[in-house]
Design a protein around this ligand. Sequence first.
Ligand SMILES: [Zn+2]
Length: 283
Amino acid sequence: MAWQRTIPFGYRMRQGEIECNAAEAAAVKDVFARYLQGESLQRIAEALTAQGVRYHQHTDCWNKNMVKRILENTHYLGDEQYPRVIDEKDYLTAQTLKEDRNSYAPCIVDMKIRAKAVCARCGARFRRIVKNRKTARWECENPACGYMLHISDEQLSAAVNALLERLANTPEVLTPRVPTSPVTSGSAQRIANELTNALNRGTESEVYLRTLIFACAAERYNELPDGSLQHKTDKLRQRMEAGETLPAELLETAVRSIRVADPDNIDLELVNGQRIGKEAADV
Ligand SMILES: [Zn+2]
């Protein structure tokens, strides 16, 4: 009897066709949701074991590798043979998180901060490399730039929170403004980089490459002046003017990127092109 499953977890064969196995597909969605919320592979494995979901017939005990295989399985994006289980955005986010998670040290820098951190010198994604929280090392993802910086998680969180507080006290800066130059967002850049890497590896499936290309195009499209985004920030500004403080929502909606130059020079670039930070304070 084979110990490997012949059909990927989440699917089953019926009359010669592969279809979703409802219970397993729900577990796959749960794995992605938990992972995107920051749970470790080990914790997800424990949760699945506790839920009594079986990976294969021989055991109901999950391990980290089974969870990892699920996060890496491109079939969940859907193709000619397999129905879609996970949407592209979640799948891609999980892939970009994976490299950052090979660590035992807890990460106290909020995922939202990490998702928006960019190198202040060149605008490429800024990645947290060494996860010792006292001296976390960050590196620019752009090899041509290679900027590197040590900043503790506490310092970075404190700096970003102080800027968010300032933003909350000056909601008028969220007033729409026509951007002076097109900006490439961190996430479009990130996907473009992954596409280059995937093409270089030469071993990726066509589905995965196609997904990256579409996702990159979608991100760039999102950077076009967007009425709904303006509407969202307008709403947010109105709520702030009415006295609400919304740091998490502010970061999510109003901040395009966190530009990190050094511990004393961190700026927030807002979706309307305005900056909040040292430079902005001098203007
Ligand atoms: Zn850089």
